[in-house]
Design a protein around this ligand. Sequence first.
Ligand code: PGA
Length: 247
Amino acid sequence: MKKLLIVANWKMNMLLDESISYVKKLNKLIKGIKNREVVICSPFTLLYPLKNALENTNIKLGAQDAFYADSGAFTGEISPLMLKGIGCEYVIIGHSERRQYFNETNETVNKKLKAVLDNNLKPIMCIGEKHSERQADSTFDVIEDQLLVGLRDIPKEKLKNLIIAYEPVWAIGTGINAVPSQAEEVHSFIRKVLEENYGVNIKILYGGSVTQENSKDLLNEKDVDGLLVGGASLDVEKFAKIIACGF
Ligand code: PGA
């Protein structure tokens, strides 16, 4: 049985005290569940206290973004080197909200991925089409472009740490998830593009309105190796049920 990767994306939510109570409770709720890698991607301010709170648990820590330089005059930014230094293991790169509100492009995603991989962190690279792109039948073109430009000039041996999250933009925070067959169709396409161009077979997560109700069917698809969960991850009981689904 494959080990599933279940990632919480808290986005810009959670204060210090509630985040600590959350992870303590989560750790209790998921004790004994095997074959899952669980990651919490918290706001930057919570990473260090969470790192301490997660000691002696199997829950891993992730950030939601990182800049593409290790240090320098980039006011307000956080570098992969800094994340590595506090024991962060994963980092989301190129989330659609960053593309939409902060003008990130496939080119900036490429720079950030290089910096993150150079620091031996595990990037969760988000890709996905908008509603209008799906309507225009260009989903596969958009996905291929995001992959090929985003991964340009990254040596194959570095890609073993890469994780892809397929997150159709129309499914994020809308309550309308991709149905399992829609997710599988795109996941298998992503796997094919990665195999053909880089000869790698890596984990591909699905994200976009994942709930405890739809998680099992999504995870049953052959090419869905895990989930990236936004809204439903803010409620510890719901997130624990998503992690436990199938048991
Ligand atoms: P959602 O968000 O689960 O609230 O749709 C997913 C994401 O943006 O990663």
